[in-house]
Write a protein that binds this ligand. Structure first.
Ligand code: FAD
Length: 357
């Protein structure tokens, strides 16, 4: 989106370049497409609902509704299937440096990806599975396998002293008790050296010297933010030490009136979650519309960081939920999340058919 007019004039031309078509970027692009000239840059041709990926690993048909081509929701915008490699004051560059030319415009990125049908085959053909990492991804994957394949031996190794360290102690304990009740063996305070991990001989040694036998393994540890390319861009001074973009209450990148950041890449002090990334996107949609109209900073919507709310699914029917004053486990939170994993809701938000066939 190019800045227009002279100094002091906040009106901007209406090109919006969205870098990253993940949870936040896809929603933003979809909602801006009839208000601006939208260009979406993403290395993939599709957007995958990340919280449905683990179900797709045990039930590949689930991916049919949770993997969405960018062309399905972005009918009035341009899609560039590539990674952005630089942002300058005058343009946003992709590797061949051809298009798009414009002033930069916002975004977010965090490239985390799980396969599905290949992983599903791997799980099916294994008698024992090792899961490395006891955050939400590791716990949800262990739950999916334990419920769908109770005959398989599942071991989860986590280097922390408790599961789900991103939320409270009660949720950790409830998740631990549930997994143990499903015969998942959980080893806390131990890690597996990821540099030497291999499925070749089926034996894994933990940092405590314990040997685990497993036919396959899945690494479920958080990947670093994919923002290193911004270190050599005009945004280098707007990054914190963790590689996150510093934003103000309007989600504008500090020091840049025409660049917004949304989603996991921001330094907003809250748990990094998709439903919050979607809220960021909708705040920025409002702000972009205001800027296009020529409104000043005082007319922009603000974003207030959220308190620690999370629902971690445990198989098809159950979940553990941490809410502001209570932590609950079982079928009630399971009804909210685990049956459909918010796929219908997300598809509806993206303007797509959300009913199951
Ligand atoms: C397995 C799993 C389960 C999860 N479960 C939940 C859940 O139950 N509830 C919840 O709220 N959240 C959940 N999350 C977290 C949620 O997925 C993230 O918070 C959310 O995806 C963040 O959205 P985002 O748009 O910031 O990043 P992403 O959705 O990660 O999107 C980033 C996009 O940027 C693209 N990109 C990267 N580099 C570049 C580049 N240089 N140029 C162009 N594009 C680039 C990537 O390809 C990607 O499409 C889960 C995450 C995972 C991995």
């Amino acid at each position: 989106m190019a800045a227009g007019g002279g100094e002091g004039n906040s009106r901007i031309n209406n090109r919006v370049v969205v870098v990253g078509g993940g949870v936040a970027g896809a929603l933003l692009a979809k909602n801006m497409q009839f208000h601006a000239d939208v260009v979406l840059i993403d290395p993939k041709e599709y957007f995958e609902i990340s919280w449905a990926q683990l179900r797709s690993m045990v039930q590949p048909s689930f991916a049919e509704r949770s993997v969405i081509n960018h062309t399905d929701y972005l009918t009035n915008g341009r899609i560039i299937t590539s990674s952005a490699v630089n942002v300058t004051e005058a343009e946003l560059k992709k590797p061949d440096n051809k298009e798009p030319r414009s002033d930069p415009h916002f975004s977010h990125l965090n490239d985390r990806h799980f396969g599905s049908s290949k992983d599903s085959q791997k799980i099916k053909s294994s008698r024992s599975v090792l899961i490395i990492g006891g955050g939400p991804t590791g716990v949800e994957l262990a739950g999916e396998i334990a419920v769908d394949h109770p005959e398989k031996k599942v071991t989860l190794v986590h280097k922390g002293s408790r599961l789900l360290e991103f939320i409270g102690l009660k949720a950790s304990k409830k998740a631990m008790d549930w997994l143990t009740s499903k015969n998942v063996e959980v080893l806390l305070g131990q890690s597996i050296d990821l540099d030497s991990v291999s499925e070749a001989d089926g034996v894994y040694t933990t940092s405590a010297g314990e040997k685990i036998t497993a036919d396959c393994h899945f690494v479920c540890v958080a990947k670093p933010l994919g923002s290193s390319w911004l270190q050599k861009s005009v945004l280098e001074d707007s990054l914190d030490q963790k590689g996150r973009l510093l934003v103000d209450e309007n989600l504008q990148v500090r020091g840049h009136k025409n660049i917004f950041a949304i989603g996991d890449i921001t330094d907003v002090p809250e748990i990094k979650q998709g439903f919050l990334a979607q809220k960021h996107a909708m705040v920025v949609v409002k702000n972009l519309k205001q800027l296009i109209k020529g409104a000043g900073k005082n007319k922009l919507a603000t974003y207030k960081p959220s308190s620690a709310i999370a629902i971690v699914s445990l198989g098809r029917k159950e979940a553990v939920a941490q809410l502001p004053f209570i932590t609950v486990i079982g079928c009630l939170p399971g009804t909210v999340k685990s049956r459909d994993l918010f796929v219908s809701k997300t598809r509806k938000e993206m303007g797509l058919n959300h009913r199951k066939a």
